[in-house]
Design a protein around this ligand. Structure first.
Ligand code: SF4
Length: 450
């Protein structure tokens, strides 16, 4: 069997996982259940992920059967539409001490302190800077601002939280006063209310950020999310999920909250009326049973809340990560694994309507292929501050409506602009002369970038 890791070598020795990808189920039975829409078990998912635990490697004929079943299910659930959203990424800071071994985004927060003189390449934005960036993008036609940041030690939920943190003599709270840093990120509530301009949809505050926003208090997650909602939060990204199995988290992100706490935070967000997305970051040290258990936890969460709008598989990018540099992984997932991950997610998550293909992770060609493996959403434009500043220059990761329309119609599907919650949809007329967003509060159909 390929890519099956029951152990992982770490600098501190070999870790042996309790969860193994073995089952008493057969591939044929699992496939039959998938085809007729019977709710799948974790063992079924392991059989589908591995194309049969009776095989030593991926069986390509069986893989095609799984992909076909998923594509058929996608057509039954959501039809031929391929959706995407006009959105902006505005991350507040790259300062973080959490030390996740798969992350190359964070910059150690010590480097952001006033006394540190060398250039560190990271950034922190003040609320007024965030507001200006969002306002500019709103004029260009975005519907949503997505904001996910490092856990900067000076970030507090609000003024009351800051007072508690300032008064505490606990040394384990990952807190320092804003005055110690070259730039003050202010509070989460101030940042959110700054970004909450002109009716834009504010998508922010992962469970990990919500944990940071209540550290040192006995406030419930409901309390935290209520305050964030009052400040302008509209929905929550279900990132920081990685793999929701603690024996994997212990290896790749020991500084992060545990599975139960992640689920508790998400349930709390749903209970105060916030929609949320869900994710899985796979293709590092985990095996197929971990992936299946993760899907089960997401499906159970959705049974309890009904608040999950989409599931977003995130294929691990190994370059420049500590996991790779320390020799704990040699690469990320294979293309076969990526395709099976999308397909099995579609088949297993019978209560989540939308599965996303991330063109940032998979690239354009493979990203489009994923739309025939069970996915129906093609992410967002992810305009960024740098792009709006350099309009007409290097677009970086930005994707225009014209490109979306061309790519989606080329595979015989219907391009559709959507709102974050998928409630508003607009079929794109790919024959129109100029293609731009129309759902954002200030969108008028002109392209985001001329
Ligand atoms: S918490 Fe987020 S930003 Fe910080 S190290 Fe982990 S993944 Fe990176």
């Amino acid at each position: 069997m390929p890519d099956v890791s029951a152990t992982v070598d770490t600098p501190d020795g070999t870790v042996e996982f309790d969860h193994r990808p073995t089952t008493d189920q057969s591939f044929e039975n699992a496939l039959a259940k998938a085809r007729d829409g019977t709710r799948l078990t974790v063992d079924d998912a392991v059989e589908l992920f591995t194309t049969g635990t009776d095989r030593d490697s991926i069986d390509h004929r069986r893989k095609e059967q799984v992909l076909e079943a998923a594509d058929r299910r996608r057509a039954e659930v959501v039809g031929d539409e391929v959706t995407f959203v006009a959105n902006l990424n505005n991350n507040v800071t790259t300062a973080c001490n959490t030390g996740c071994l798969f992350c190359n985004f964070k910059d150690r927060s010590e480097q952001f302190r006033s006394e540190y003189q060398e250039d560190h390449g990271g950034f922190t934005k003040t609320p007024s800077e965030s507001r200006e960036i969002v306002r500019d993008a709103l004029d260009r036609g975005i519907y949503e601002v997505c904001s996910v940041s490092g856990l900067h030690p000076a970030l507090a939920l609000d003024d009351e939280h800051r007072e508690i943190l300032e008064a505490s003599d606990r040394g384990d709270l990952n807190y320092r006063s804003p005055g110690e840093y070259e730039k003050d990120p202010a509070t989460y509530c101030e940042q959110l209310s700054a970004m909450n301009v002109g009716g834009v949809h504010v998508h922010s505050m992962t469970p990990e950020e919500a944990y940071h926003a209540r550290r040192g208090t006995d406030w419930s997650y409901e309390e935290v999310f209520s305050r964030l909602q009052d400040a302008g939060l509209d929905s929550v990204p279900g990132t920081a999920a990685e793999i929701l199995v603690d024996e994997v988290r212990d290896v790749i992100c020991p500084g992060k909250i545990r599975t139960d706490e992640w689920l508790e935070a998400m349930e709390a967000a749903a209970s105060v009326g916030l929609d949320m997305t869900s994710t899985m970051m796979y293709g590092h040290v985990e095996n197929e049973r971990h992936r299946a258990l993760h899907l089960q936890r997401i499906r159970d969460l959705q049974d309890r809340t009904g608040a999950i709008t989409e599931f977003v598989p995130l294929s691990f990018v190994h370059e420049e990560t500590p996991l790779y540099e320390r020799g704990m992984v040699e690469s990320g997932a294979t293309v076969d694994e990526d395709e099976l991950l999308i397909a099995v997610s579609r088949l297993f998550l019978d209560n989540v309507d939308h599965i996303q293909s991330s063109w940032v992770k998979y690239g354009d060609t493979q990203g489009l292929k994923m739309l025939t493996c069970g996915a129906d959403d093609f992410m967002g434009t992810i305009l960024s501050e740098e792009i709006t500043k350099r309009a007409g220059g290097d677009y970086g990761e930005f994707r225009s409506f014209q490109e979306y329309a061309d790519m989606i119609t080329a595979i015989g599907r219907t391009p559709v602009e959507r709102s974050t919650d998928y409630e508003q949809r607009r079929v794109i007329d790919s024959d129109a002369d100029v293609l731009g967003p129309q759902l954002g509060p200030r969108a008028d159909g002109t392209p985001l970038i001329e």
